[in-house]
Design a binder for this molecule. Sequence first.
Ligand SMILES: [Zn+2]
Length: 138
Amino acid sequence: MTSHKPNFLWPTNVNYLSTKGFWEGLRGRQLLARKCHRCGEMFFPPRSHCPQCLGHDLEWVELSGKGTLYSWTEVNIASPEFDTPFLLGLVDLSQGIGRIAAKIVGAEAHQLRIGMPVKITYADVGKDFSLYCITIEQ
Ligand SMILES: [Zn+2]
């Protein structure tokens, strides 16, 4: 039987000027971070100013989407929007600029190991809207 649950929570910052490009990037299968023109700092998640120098002159840069599995858990109790159980992972991005949390798809718990290579993939979850997921790097 197919679930009718959305299996995601609608982000509240989809139309914020500082994050809109990030969500548009996901739709185009790109994981985007910000880079500061003033000091060169790259950072993730996106925000309106540089955490290093507070500069506002920022550009979008594409990340590889590769990383290592920092940790994971099986979620058995979640908000009503989700089917359970599902696997949730934390990934250290290979550029060393952040840790990202997402659902793990296409893998079962017994296949997961801390420190294993993983990559970000994308899922269309609504009209003109996509999210990122974690998959095991093959
Ligand atoms: Zn800066």
